[in-house]
Design a binder for this molecule. Structure first.
Ligand code: ADP
Ligand code: MG
Length: 566
């Protein structure tokens, strides 16, 4: 018996642990997808490779295993670059597999011809081709291993049409699969460097002697599943903590040492900051004044040596976040210290946080109609809190919608917030929702989306309905990017001045009707009671739904928090 490249690729994926795949089928990969399904892989078929790629990357983040997505050649690969690049920027383990044109026709304008290796290289840790059927098992193992080793990221595997149609005997295939399996450790890139105990002692000493210490953690710590060791560290030392947007939930937002509501004070005044799995990039103001004190000493924990070299912290600890913090905890245990609630720094943060929360609560309590951003966000927050544990996974994108959601929505469990991330990518929403539902079948998924963000991937509501995923998409519909026409009078001129503004969408768009076209449930809401009832019904139904929330087009600010850049 002989098998072809499609079957061998499917067998390789299964042998090396792939359970789910996302993608768009077509020439030349349809049979590969079908074969994978027949061997037990769950294949989630999308409308667009961009969303499939976003889904694969979020799956990689949530599960700690590479998310895999499949595309057709040429344009399919190009659409997939969105997902692949976003994965690498977020450092999430992701593998894109694309079919490519027949190797014998390269350079002759073959159907969907593209040099896909060169096209993907800028966005990957590794881009490789199986040039012959016999190379398939080793290449599949290699991209999967590379994607999740050391600093995770995107990898690419190219499968030319002719290779997918080559044949070998089943016994030969079996031999190649076993060889590839046995060689997996060899194909792995360099392992993480060993930790130096002297540095651990130094880190503990810095924290112990700090007057105003702070622990910052991000999605790298969440990815590393460092929640238990970080909880132990915070609780044993009494040091206040600050999560990055996706670090929210590693410790609960409502923990007494949470400095989120006193963020400016915490980062502005801390003298030692232990930063775990979070880059000192734009999201953390580059770790520089005026937001941070110029004398702050950073202790950076990151799996990437490159990252530590780039930031030049006072002290760099290279390694897996969970492992490093575990060692740190052990070192502290020998000679424990704890700030206690009456420590002036802890008290200052706690008072400031309480103050800000109280002020925010006054605004949140008001029922403003037509809706601003705060009223519906409070109602969503309360509805989510009512669900208890397991908490839903919250997906969020948009400008004002995401900004307001980040400060109002309460995260109590790790890896329950997926947002626009390091790149501020719009269009990730539906892909992330689908990945979350597939990766964590026990959880409800609630997306809180701006209407613009939603529009990038809105057709994937059909995918939600097709697979009957428990996803409720809440659209903050303010009729545009930022909402409505906000041009200055001097910006309205020229022969096309009567066209809708570049930020305008059709007012009062019926987004709820979109999902109804496929048999899902849609809700149109404009008042607190309508929203409460839509959420209570859709959350308990656990079926695909879109809640179209009509927002005042002039509520919120232009560009949200990033106004100064627009
Ligand atoms: P955030 O956006 O939450 O600030 P970033 O994506 O900026 O997070 O930073 C995450 C960092 O975590 C990256 O620099 C990445 O190298 C690092 N990282 C990834 N995996 C691990 C791990 N297992 N242990 C420690 N750090 C990790
Ligand atoms: Mg909008």
């Amino acid at each position: 018996m002989e098998i072809d490249g499609n079957v061998l690729a499917a067998k390789s994926l299964v042998r090396f642990g792939v359970q789910h795949m996302f993608g768009v089928v077509g020439i030349p990969v349809t049979s590969l997808a079908n074969r994978a399904v027949s061997l037990g892989v769950r294949f989630i078929a999308f409308h667009n490779e961009q969303s499939a790629g976003y889904a694969a990357s979020a799956y990689g983040y949530l599960t700690g295993r590479p998310g895999v997505f499949l595309t057709v050649s040429g344009p399919g690969c190009v659409h997939g670059l969105a997902g692949l690049s976003n994965a690498s920027v977020n450092t999430w383990p992701t593998v894109m597999i694309s079919g490519s044109c027949d190797q014998n026709d390269v350079g002759r304008g073959d159907f969907q011809e593209l040099n896909q290796i060169e096209a993907t290289k800028p966005f990957t840790k590794l881009s490789v081709k199986a040039s012959h059927i016999s190379e398939i098992p080793a290449r599949v193992a290699q991209v999967l291993d590379w994607a999740q080793s050391a600093r995770p990221g995107g990898c690419y595997l190219d499968l030319p049409t002719d290779v997918l149609h080559q044949k070998i005997s089943e016994s030969e295939a079996e031999k190649l699969l076993s060889e590839a399996e046995n060689n997996r450790s060899i194909s792995n890139p360099k392992p993480e460097p060993p930790l130096f105990n002297s540095k651990i002692e130094q880190a503990v000493s810095l924290l112990r002697h700090a007057e105003r210490p702070l622990i910052v953690f991000g999605k790298g710590a969440a990815y590393a599943r460092a929640e238990h060791v970080l909880t132990k560290l915070v609780n044993s030392t009494g040091i206040p903590f600050l999560p990055t947007p996706m670090g929210k939930g590693i410790l609960p937002d409502n923990h007494e040492l949470a400095a989120t509501a006193a963020r400016s004070l915490a980062i502005g005044k801390c003298d030692v900051a232990l930063v775990v799995g979070a880059r000192l990039n734009w999201l953390l103001h580059f770790g520089e004044p005026p937001k941070w004190s110029k004398d702050v000493k950073f202790i950076l924990v990151d799996v990437s040596e490159e990252e530590i070299e780039l930031r030049k912290p006072h002290l760099g600890l290279i390694g897996d976040a969970k492992h490093v913090i575990e060692v740190l905890n052990k070192e502290i245990k020998d000679d424990p210290f704890c700030l206690g609630s009456t420590h002036p720094w802890v008290e200052a943060i706690s008072n400031k946080a309480k103050d800000n929360v109280a002020k925010m609560e006054v605004q949140l309590k008001k029922d403003i109609v037509p809706f601003n951003f705060l009223t519906p966000m409070r109602i969503i927050r309360d509805a989510i809190a009512g669900l208890g544990s397991p908490a839903p996974i919250v997906v969020s994108e948009g400008a004002n919608t995401m900004d307001v959601g980040r400060s109002v929505l309460v995260q109590t469990e790790p890896r329950t917030r997926l947002d626009a991330g390091t790149w501020g990518t719009m269009g990730v929403g539906l892909g992330y929702c689908i990945a979350a539902a597939v990766a964590e079948p026990g959880r409800l998924v609630v997306a809180v989306e701006g209407d613009s963000g939603f529009g990038f991937s809105a057709m994937e509501v059909e995918t939600l309905v097709r697979y009957q995923l428990p996803v409720v998409v809440i659209v903050f519909n303010n009729g545009g990017v930022y909402g409505g026409d906000r041009r200055h009078p001097e910006e309205i001129d020229g022969p096309h001045k009567d066209d809708p503004a570049p930020t305008d969408f059709v007012p009062n768009a019926g987004y709820h009707a979109l999902i109804e076209a496929f048999g899902g449930k849609g809700y149109l809401v404009g008042t607190p009671d309508e929203l409460k009832s839509a959420l209570s019904e859709s959350f308990s139904a656990r079926k695909p739904a879109v809640v179209n929330v009509v927002i005042d087009p002039y509520a919120g600010s232009e560009s949200g928090r990033m106004q100064h850049k627009n």
